[in-house]
Ligand binder design. Structure first.
Ligand code: SF4
Length: 65
């Protein structure tokens, strides 16, 4: 699983609070970014939850990579 965050991110940090091992807030861009190139299995459920909860629909999940 690969995850990216688009420019639509509104920086409310919900994903960071939900899964800080995967999502990191960038103080320079005021948006969140993804810390890991490939998402380990133990974080996949949380990443899916973060994507579902993201009000900006900015979290994009690619299952096959
Ligand atoms: S939950 Fe969505 S809008 Fe909020 S910081 Fe994360 S990617 Fe950005």
């Amino acid at each position: 699983m690969k995850v990216t965050i688009t420019d639509q991110c509104m920086g409310d940090r919900n994903c960071n609070n939900l899964c800080p091992d995967v999502f990191q807030y960038d103080e320079d861009t005021l948006k969140s970014k993804v810390k890991l190139k490939k998402i380990p299995d133990q974080y996949k459920a949380l990443v899916k939850q973060a994507a579902a909860e993201c009000g900006a629909e900015a979290i994009i999940i690619e299952e096959k990579s």
